[in-house]
Design a protein around this ligand. Sequence first.
Ligand SMILES: Cc1ncc(COP(=O)(O)O)c(C=O)c1O
Length: 392
Amino acid sequence: MIPSVLPTYSRAPLHFVKGEGSWLIEEDGRRFLDLGSGIAVAALGHAHPAIVQALTDQAQKLWHVSNLYEIPQQQALADRLVAATFADTVFFTNSGTESMELGVKMARKYHYERGEPDRVEIITFSGAFHGRSSAAIAAVGTEKMVKGFGPLLPGFVQVPWGDMEALEAAVSERTAAILIEPVQGEGGINVAPDTVLKKLRALCDESGALLMADEIQSGMGRTGRLFAHEWAGVAPDIMLVAKGIGGGFPLGAVLATGAAASGMTAGTHGSTYGGNPLGCAVGLAVVEAITAPGFLEEVRRKGALFRQKLEGLVAGNPEVFEEVRGTGFMLGLKCRPANGDVVKAGYEEQLITVPAADNVIRLLPALTLGDDEIAEAADRLDRVAKRVAGHG
Ligand SMILES: Cc1ncc(COP(=O)(O)O)c(C=O)c1O
């Protein structure tokens, strides 16, 4: 008999009932150090007072009105994001997948309105992950993602990650956009070098294609800048955001330049819930915290400290860990034994990590993780390694 919850996930038998900062408390009272943040979502940790306050204040006033009316919280959050980024305009969604959907529509509509209706192709990279909708699985195209779900949405071309020659060859007069995660998350924490992002920007400028950054996982301070593309000193035309922006409340956004968004006029897109007062009140509190003076400097400092400890961990456990990947608080450990076994051993040490492709475990802690918690995380990871290696 099929379970009452559709069994699309194989879940760990853990029942968390409470969260406090970087800690998750299990039903049985055990405290787990959370280096997963609900897959890069709880950017300020669990139950951060500022976002609890924002949510409860708003919950007592007004939850939902729909986008038929102006929503002051949405306006305030959009203004804040526009002020802090390359973007001129924002559309709010409820998830990363929805941001991806709008990104694809926006890029195609831009070229359509400019009299180039055949410019529909979106170039993506191997190892990418953009969500689970029909467009998002077509964008990735791997058998695992698409098998049985055809016919697929046409118009996606995939090139190997980092293969600049293949990329140049793929760009044509049919290219609407190049879509890249500046740091691949699900793909195994692969950082696109600054030179690659610069090259992508140049290719887009030369060809008239739009550059679309999927910062759903890498954005909102995770790499130590508000958005990861900022490290390369180039800006996209369209950016997909979700996860961290809601700190745990389902919220996403598409940010774009005025030019890239110019095709999206009244009636061309919508969402019943997107940008509702509750989500935007929380989003505003999250953005205020992350852009507060000194916050991102701290993420950079703590990210470097954690990385240094992880390098030591790898050196001390070469039979379990092959290398450290990533930047800021978007880190990964490439494993020698199956990464799933390492994640499971973590549960025994009351430590939460998240598996990714390429046999990597991801470390995506709250951006508020403290120095003592970094030391504790490194100790627990060392115990996990010993356990996996069989002498723990
Ligand atoms: C880079 C990236 N894009 C898109 C998505 C899809 O987001 P969501 O699960 O919120 O729909 C994810 C989720 O893991 C992601 O990491």
